[in-house]
Design a protein around this ligand. Structure first.
Ligand code: ZN
Length: 113
């Protein structure tokens, strides 16, 4: 039986990750890679609190796309920003702390309040 290092409870009873999910400040945006390929980046997830590989697997399933987790970021192929937010919210992340950034290079530096 595995014991959680944070709360000392067996893993089945541990809610540390659930609590952690609610407070993650997640940023979701897309970048254009080589050959004009769009990649969806999800960042701000604390790897110490969240099982980022498991999360990547879930997102790949739900968005039906390929993807990887590296350097604390999740990369998904394509543009799934809205879907990613939905999936994360379903998994217990607070939708208030999931920020979708529209990155449009054309409007760079011209943002107004
Ligand atoms: Zn725990």
């Amino acid at each position: 039986m595995k014991i959680c290092e944070i709360c000392g409870l067996p893993e089945e009873l541990c809610v540390c990750e659930e609590i952690a999910r609610e407070i993650q400040k997640v940023k979701v945006y897309t970048v254009r890679r080589r050959f004009g390929k769009l990649m969806n980046i999800i960042e701000g997830i604390d790897e110490h609190d969240i099982d980022i590989r498991e999360l990547t697997k879930e997102l790949k399933n739900k968005c039906a796309c390929g993807g990887t987790a590296k350097n604390g970021q999740i990369e998904l192929q394509g543009d799934h920003k809205r879907r990613v937010k939905e999936v994360l919210a379903d998994m217990g992340f607070s939708s208030d702390t999931i920020e979708i950034k529209e990155r449009d290079n054309r409007s760079k530096g011209r943002r107004r309040r």
